[in-house]
Every structure is written in structure tokens, then in C-alpha cells.
Design a protein around this ligand. Structure first.
Ligand SMILES: NC(=O)c1ccc[n+]([C@@H]2O[C@H](COP(=O)([O-])OP(=O)(O)OC[C@H]3O[C@@H](n4cnc5c(N)ncnc54)[C@H](OP(=O)(O)O)[C@@H]3O)[C@@H](O)[C@H]2O)c1
Length: 290
């Protein structure tokens, strides 16, 4: 019988821990953490993500602010707004919600963020620090995945771990974190050009799928007793929900789960932990200044 990795429950626990720390800061007469977000354009998913981040801040007692701009915002102007947040002493951490309109370079934007305020952990300085294993702001999703693995006491040392997907925000960083001393997994990263992908996945003790291809991981690819962490979230339209859409993971949950020792659901697995990662980075940034 598999065990469900309940990201919603763990995220609620971590949020309570953060809220307690905020209460302690307040009663010591200190400033509460302030997370800012820049939202450019009218992408529906981005609007929802930013609204959820504001809600999370309220829940744990953080201050939050959102700077909203239209699709026609010039790259140069966005860089000025980023510089202003870099120089604003009241803002501890901030994010620029991705994706950005095509005329704006995401890399330029990420590099313009002060690494000390980089709540998303996407800046090359933070990725470099992570790479060599010194304290840094970790990208929120890999951070959330590692936290789930630790809190469920899932053994990683010496295990074969296959990460499906090699993006800079999920696949690649989580592969680095899992192979570091302390986690000690043997990690293989597979992607769209990998040959024999099914047999590589079948060899995995731990599978982390981050590709955004609904139900890609089928029962036949999964070894008995494997741990399966599904990062993928693809929006598909659905007449059954109020919003008119539902989220589908990369894993064919119904057929894969009976073979697993542990598995995350979608939604309610990695997603809530990603949001918590952002809060923790902001809390750290605020406490560092004290
Ligand atoms: N739950 C959360 O909090 C959270 C957070 C972030 C992302 N996500 C979700 O996670 C998924 C991945 O996001 P991302 O930003 O990492 O995506 P991404 O930048 O689009 O990268 C996708 C990766 O998957 C690989 N890939 C795509 N199709 C494949 C296939 N059929 N077989 C093998 N590899 C394949 C791609 O390979 P190539 O490099 O060869 O193109 C690429 O490396 C999306 O569904 C996204 O919505 C969820």
C-alpha cells in the first residue's frame, strides 16, 4: 500500500512555523518580512500565482506588495522598477513573475535582481552558491521537493534517482540538490533527447517528473516500491470545476500509485510546497539583515 505525500498538509505545518517566527519578530519590536512581486501582462496563470502568493503572505503575517504592469512595459522600464526594489530597504525579497512578454529578456531580468533579495532563487549567484553547497536562496520548487523528502524521512543515500526534465527552475537544480553530500543520491537527468528513457526510468528508486506532459509516466515505467514525485501541472479545460479547468500531473496516478512506496498527488503535492519555499527565502532574507 502506497503512502501519499501530502504537500498541502506539510505546507500548512511549515506556514505555522513561519507564522510563529513572525509573531516572535513582532513581539521583539522588529520588522516583519516584506515580499514584493512584479506582474507584467495579463497571463491568467501568472495572475493566479501572484494572488496566491499575496494570500500566503497574509496567512503568515508578512507584508506583501504587487506592482502590476501592462504587456507593453518596456524592458528598460522593468529594469528600473527592479532597481527600485533592490534599493528599497523595506523590501526583503521580491520576485518577477515568469513568463514575461516575448520582448523582455528573462535572463536580463533575473540578473538584475539583487541576489540578496532573490526570493525565487533564480539568480546565477544563488544557483552558483547552491552548486557548491554553500547557503543560498534555493529555487522554490526544488526546495519544496527536498523539504517533502526530508519531512517524510525518505531515504535518498545511495538511491538511484531519475529526474525527468532539465529546466533551470526545476529539473536541473533538484538534480544538483539530490546529489549533494547529505542527500547522497545517484542522479540521472533525462530529457526530450534521451534514448531508452523508459528503461532508465524503470531503474529508478526515486522518480521526479518535471516535464509538463500529462500522464507521461505510466505504470509500466515504474519499479515496484519506487518513490514518485510529480511536479508537472498542465491546465486542461474541465466542465466539472468552477474555474473551467483542472490541473493534470505528469504521472498516471491511478495506475502508478499501487506500485509506489510514496507518491505525490496533483494538485496538493509539490505545488503548495513551492509557495512555502518563497516564504522561507523571504524570511531568511529579512532575518539576515537583523
Ligand atoms: N508544482 C509546482 O509548483 C511547479 C513549479 C514549476 C513548474 N511546474 C510544472 O512542472 C512542469 C515542468 O516545468 P518547467 O518549467 O521545468 O518546464 P520546461 O522549462 O518546459 O522544461 C520541461 C523539460 O521537460 C523536458 N521534456 C518535455 N517533454 C519531454 C518528454 N516527452 N520526455 C522527456 N523530457 C521531456 C524538456 O526537455 P528539453 O530540455 O529537451 O526540451 C525540458 O527539459 C510544468 O508542467 C510546470 O507547470 C510545477
Amino acid at each position: 500500500m502506497y503512502r501519499l505525500i501530502d504537500g498541502k498538509k506539510i505546507a500548512a505545518e511549515v506556514k505555522q512555523e513561519i507564522a510563529l517566527q513572525v509573531t516572535q519578530l513582532k513581539s521583539a519590536g522588529k520588522k516583519v518580512p516584506h515580499l514584493a512581486a512584479i506582474l507584467v501582462g495579463d497571463n491568467g496563470s501568472s495572475q493566479t500565482y501572484v494572488a496566491n502568493k499575496v494570500k500566503d503572505c497574509e496567512e503568515v503575517g508578512f507584508k506583501s506588495s504587487v506592482l502590476k504592469f501592462g504587456n507593453d512595459l518596456k524592458e528598460a522600464d522593468l529594469l528600473i522598477h527592479i532597481a527600485n526594489l533592490n534599493n528599497d530597504d523595506d523590501v526583503d525579497g521580491f520576485i518577477v513573475q515568469l513568463p514575461l512578454p516575448a520582448h523582455i529578456s528573462e535572463n536580463k531580468v533575473i540578473e538584475a535582481i539583487d541576489p540578496e533579495k532573490d526570493a525565487d532563487g533564480f539568480h546565477p549567484v544563488n544557483l552558483g552558491r547552491m552548486m557548491i553547497g554553500i547557503p543560498s536562496y534555493l529555487p522554490a520548487t526544488p526546495f519544496g521537493i527536498i523539504e517533502l523528502i526530508k519531512r517524510y524521512k525518505i531515504e535518498t543515500a545511495g538511491k538511484n534517482c531519475v529526474v525527468i526534465g532539465r529546466s533551470n527552475i526545476v529539473g536541473r537544480p533538484v538534480s544538483i540538490l539530490l546529489s549533494q553530500k547529505g542527500m547522497d543520491a545517484s542522479v540521472t537527468v533525462v530529457h526530450s533527447r534521451t534514448k531508452n528513457i523508459e528503461s532508465i526510468i524503470h531503474n529508478a528508486d526515486i522518480i521526479i517528473s518535471a516535464i509538463g506532459s500529462p500522464l507521461f509516466v505510466k505504470a509500466g515505467m515504474v519499479k515496484e516500491g519506487a518513490v514518485v514525485i510529480d511536479v508537472g501541472t498542465t491546465r486542461v479545460s474541465s466542465p466539472d470545476t468552477k474555474s473551467g479547468f483542472k490541473l493534470i500531473g505528469d504521472v498516471d496516478f491511478d495506475n502508478v500509485a499501487p506500485k509506489c512506496s510514496y507518491i505525490t498527488p496533483v494538485p496538493g503535492g509539490v505545488g503548495p510546497m513551492t509557495r512555502v519555499g518563497l516564504l522561507l527565502n523571504t524570511l531568511t532574507a529579512c532575518m539576515k539583515k537583523m
